[in-house]
Design a binder for this molecule. Structure first.
Ligand code: ADP
Length: 355
């Protein structure tokens, strides 16, 4: 099911007596192609959950429209939209078994959708098989690990065979190892079922690894959309550049001067035809090359050998990060006795942004 968001906007009344309205989401335009997994990404408070809640019908847009396929669902209540929802806190019924939890959404089906007991059992078993919890069906949620509980929540969201699956920070309550494992499982289930899925997270690595496409939001406004690698390789602004990548991008106060990108006195790259001005220069950690006559001269802070790579920590007065972090191949020789380190820069890993 394709999802189309048209000028979707949501504002809330301010919380204080005289406070102005909060615009949680502003003019969101996006088409989610059928069968794709979209990662909705941004810092806390940028409008991700509000967007998700509008897609599922829990929140009514202030203006704008939502289409599922060709159908305008903007005014439809959640139960008429055919969406499955998974939340951070699992929201399972503690007194019901796993089987009863999964069957629960099927018991309220009415009219032509009503299912026999046997059909419900079959659907529940199919959903349980998808997330591989068949052997846990008679347990209560309290007897399961966080990862298992989240799988039950996913099975419960899938049991009604939704057209759309919405996941709101589904991995946040899991420890690092389970988070990794569960995110791979979610990806597998999504590929197997081909359900159009929106996955909300503030964790860029999670979004990058799981999504066909990501949407980066800031303060209610979409900044950039695209395949994860495309957005990483060609960020439209400093916010997006800083938000994606571990370790984060290195940002310098720089200049365009006489057709060159300059950091301090060092001309690090040609910028033919560009007008002179102050800029921010972003360089990805993997964008540095150790070079004896490299133009960018930094104070060497430390060198960490990490097997495949070497991480060099250095400093430069124009750096806006506390440290410059560069990642280079472990085969490179680094003179650790030197006080300085000289870099050239890979053109594809350097970005220039106006303030
Ligand atoms: P995110 O999911 O990215 O953390 P949210 O969508 O929850 O962000 O919130 C976006 C903004 O809208 C925040 O400023 C938040 O305080 C505000 N907001 C969300 N829900 C409400 C509400 N029911 N009433 C008032 N303000 C809200």
């Amino acid at each position: 099911m394709k999802i189309q968001l048209e000028d979707l906007t949501k504002s809330f009344p301010g919380r204080g007596r005289n406070s102005s309205r909060v615009t949680a989401v502003k003019d969101f335009n996006f088409e989610i192609p059928d069968g794709e997994l979209i990662g909705l990404l941004g810092p806390s408070g940028c409008g991700k959950s509000t967007t998700l809640n509008m897609i599922c019908g829990l929140e009514k847009p202030t203006s704008g429209k939502i289409f599922f396929g060709d159908k305008d669902v903007t005014a439809l209540p959640p139960e008429k939209r055919g969406v499955g929802m998974v939340f951070q806190n699992y929201a399972l019924y503690p007194h019901l078994t796993v089987r009863q939890n999964i069957i629960f959404p099927l018991q309220n089906l009415k009219g032509k959708d009503k299912l026999s007991r046997a059909e419900m059992e079959k659907r529940a078993m199919d959903a349980a098989a998808l997330v591989q919890i068949q052997e846990l069906m008679e347990r209560k949620p309290g007897e399961l690990s966080g990862g298992q509980q989240q799988r039950v929540a996913i099975a419960r969201a899938l049991v009604k065979l939704p057209h759309v699956l919405l996941l709101d920070e589904p991995l946040s309550n899991l420890d690092a190892r389970l988070r990794l494992q569960t995110r791979e499982e979610i990806r597998k289930i999504q590929r197997a079922t081909k359900i159009t899925t929106v996955f909300v997270t503030h964790d860029q690595e999670e979004a990058m690894s799981i999504s066909d496409r990501i949407v980066v939001m800031k303060a209610g406004v979409v900044q950039q959309t695209g395949k994860p690698q495309e957005v990483y390789d060609d960020p439209v602004n400093l916010f997006v550049a800083k938000f994606l990548g571990t370790p984060p991008i290195n940002v310098f106060q720089g200049k365009i001067k006489n057709g060159k990108v300059c950091i301090g006195d060092a001309a690090v790259l040609d910028a033919p035809g560009q007008k002179d001005r102050d800029v921010f220069v972003g360089i990805r950690p993997e964008g540095f090359l150790l070079k004896e006559d490299g133009p960018l001269i930094c104070q060497l802070g430390g060198v960490e050998v990490m097997g495949r790579d070497i991480s060099i920590v250095s400093n430069h007065e124009a750096s806006l990060n506390p440290n410059i972090r560069s990642i280079i191949s472990a085969e490179t020789k680094v003179d650790t006795s030197s006080e300085i380190v000289r870099f050239a820069v890979k053109p594809s890993k350097l970005f220039v942004f106006d303030g």
